[in-house]
Write a protein that binds this ligand. Structure first.
Ligand code: TRP
Length: 377
C-alpha cells in the first residue's frame, strides 16, 4: 500500500525500461542512459503518482503515455523501442503539441539531428485549435550506444477529420513524395503520419490507415510495394494473429472480418522516384481477439517461428514489464505487426503495454467464433 502511494509514472516506466534493456542484451550503461532519457521525455508527467487517475491518452488503452515494442529480425537480436507522449498531461491538445515539438527539438539538439522535415509540416499538424486523438508522439529505438533513433507520429486529423486526406497529401508533397498519396490503398481513415528523424540509413515517411471490418483477403490486397509480400503470407499472419487459424493448415479458412478494433496498414516511403512505397506493415490489435495474454503470446511465437525468429526475447520482455500471470489479463501485447521492407525478409513487431494504470481482465469467451454463414458459403 505504502509502496503504491509513492510509486510514480516515471518510476514505473523507468524500471520497465531498465529491465527490458537487460532482456534484449543492452549494456548497463545504455540501460541507465535510456531510463534517464525516458524520464526527460515524459518531463513533469514522470512525477505523477500512480494513484492519481490518468490523464487522457490515446497511446494505450489504460492511458499510460508509454508503450514498448520489440522489432524482430531473422538472425539478429530484436530492437527495443519505446513510444512516448511528451505532452501528456499538458492540459489541452494544443499545448500537448507545443510540448511535443519542444521536446523533439531538444532531443535533436542533444543528439545532433535535424528536424527540418518536421519543421516544414508544422502548420499542417499543429493548427491553433487542433482536434484529437493525439498531437505528437515520439518513438525511440534503443540501439546500443545510448543514442536512440527517433521517429515522430503526427495526427492527420489535427485540422479536422474531413481534412485529413488533404493534410496527408500536402505533407507527402512537401517532403518530395508527390505521387505517394495516389499510391495509397483505400482505407477508412488516416491515423498517423510518421517521420524518421536523425541517423537512419533510409529515413521513412509513413502513412497509417485504419481498415474497418478487415478480412484476411482484404488485408492481402493492401500492400502497394512493388514485388511486395506474398498474399498468402499476409493472410497467414492475419489468421494467426487474429486467432482464426485453429483449423488444420491447408484448409481455405472462412474469411472472418475484424469486427472489434480495426486492423491498420502502414505504408513506408523512402524514395520518390517510383512513387510507390517500399515498406508495408499490417497491424493486428491482437488484444481484442484473444482471451488473455497467454493466447496472444502463443500467436506471436507462432509468427516468429514461422519466419525464423527467436521468440525467447519476447518471453523475457513480458516478464520484464510485469509480474502478473499472462492468463490474468489481456492487452499486455497490444498489437502484432508483420513488416515487409522491399528486398528484405519479413519481420515482426510486438507492442507491449506498460499497464501503469490498469490491467484489462481476461475475456471469458473465445473470440471470435467464425460465423456459420461464412463457413458454409
Ligand atoms: N493505442 C492506439 C491504438 O491502439 C495507438 C497505438 C499505440 C498503435 N501503439 C500502436 C497503433 C501500435 C498501431 C500499432 O490504436
Amino acid at each position: 500500500m505504502l509502496r503504491r502511494n509513492t510509486e510514480t509514472l516515471g518510476g514505473h516506466a523507468a524500471r520497465q525500461v531498465l529491465r527490458l534493456c537487460e532482456a534484449v542484451g543492452l549494456s548497463g550503461a545504455d540501460s541507465t542512459e535510456y531510463a534517464r532519457t525516458l524520464l526527460t521525455v515524459l518531463g513533469p508527467a514522470a512525477e505523477r503518482p500512480l494513484d492519481l487517475p490518468p490523464e487522457q491518452s490515446f497511446l494505450s488503452d489504460d492511458h499510460t503515455p508509454v508503450e514498448f515494442s520489440l522489432a524482430f529480425v531473422p538472425d539478429a537480436d530484436p530492437t527495443l523501442r519505446v513510444l512516448l507522449e511528451p505532452g501528456y498531461g499538458a492540459g489541452s491538445l494544443a499545448e500537448n503539441g507545443r510540448v511535443g515539438l519542444r521536446v523533439v527539438r531538444e532531443m535533436a539538439r542533444r543528439w545532433g539531428f535535424d528536424t527540418r522535415r518536421l519543421d516544414e509540416l508544422e502548420d499542417l499538424f499543429f493548427p491553433p485549435e487542433p482536434e484529437g486523438p493525439l498531437a505528437l508522439w515520439c518513438a525511440l529505438e534503443l540501439v546500443p550506444g545510448g543514442v536512440p533513433r527517433a521517429k515522430v507520429y503526427l495526427n492527420p486529423a489535427a485540422s479536422g477529420q474531413e481534412r485529413s486526406a488533404d493534410t496527408v497529401r500536402e505533407a507527402l508533397r512537401r517532403l518530395g513524395h508527390r505521387r505517394a498519396f495516389a499510391a495509397l490503398p483505400e482505407g477508412d481513415r488516416h491515423l498517423f503520419f510518421a517521420l524518421d528523424l536523425g541517423d537512419w540509413e533510409e529515413p521513412r515517411v509513413k502513412v497509417y490507415l485504419v481498415h474497418q471490418d478487415l478480412s484476411a483477403a482484404d488485408a492481402a490486397g493492401l500492400s502497394r510495394v512493388d514485388g511486395g509480400p506474398r498474399r498468402k503470407e499476409i493472410k497467414r499472419f492475419f489468421r494467426t494473429a487474429a486467432g482464426h487459424d485453429i483449423d488444420v493448415d491447408g484448409f481455405d479458412h472462412p474469411d472472418v472480418p475484424l469486427d472489434r478494433r480495426p486492423g491498420l496498414s502502414c505504408h513506408a516511403f523512402t524514395e520518390s522516384r517510383t512513387g510507390l512505397p517500399s515498406g508495408f506493415t499490417l497491424h493486428i490489435p491482437v488484444r481484442d481477439y484473444a482471451r488473455h495474454d497467454g493466447e496472444a503470446l502463443d500467436r506471436a511465437v507462432a509468427v516468429l517461428r514461422r519466419h525464423g525468429m527467436d521468440p525467447a526475447p519476447l518471453v523475457r520482455a513480458l516478464s520484464a514489464v510485469t509480474s502478473r500471470r499472462l492468463q490474468d489479463g489481456v492487452g499486455l501485447i497490444a498489437y502484432l505487426g508483420l513488416v515487409h521492407q522491399q528486398g528484405r525478409a519479413p519481420r515482426m513487431n510486438a507492442y507491449i503495454s506498460s499497464e501503469a494504470y490498469e490491467v484489462r481482465p481476461p475475456a471469458t469467451v473465445a473470440v471470435p467464433a467464425p460465423r456459420p454463414e461464412a463457413v458454409h458459403s
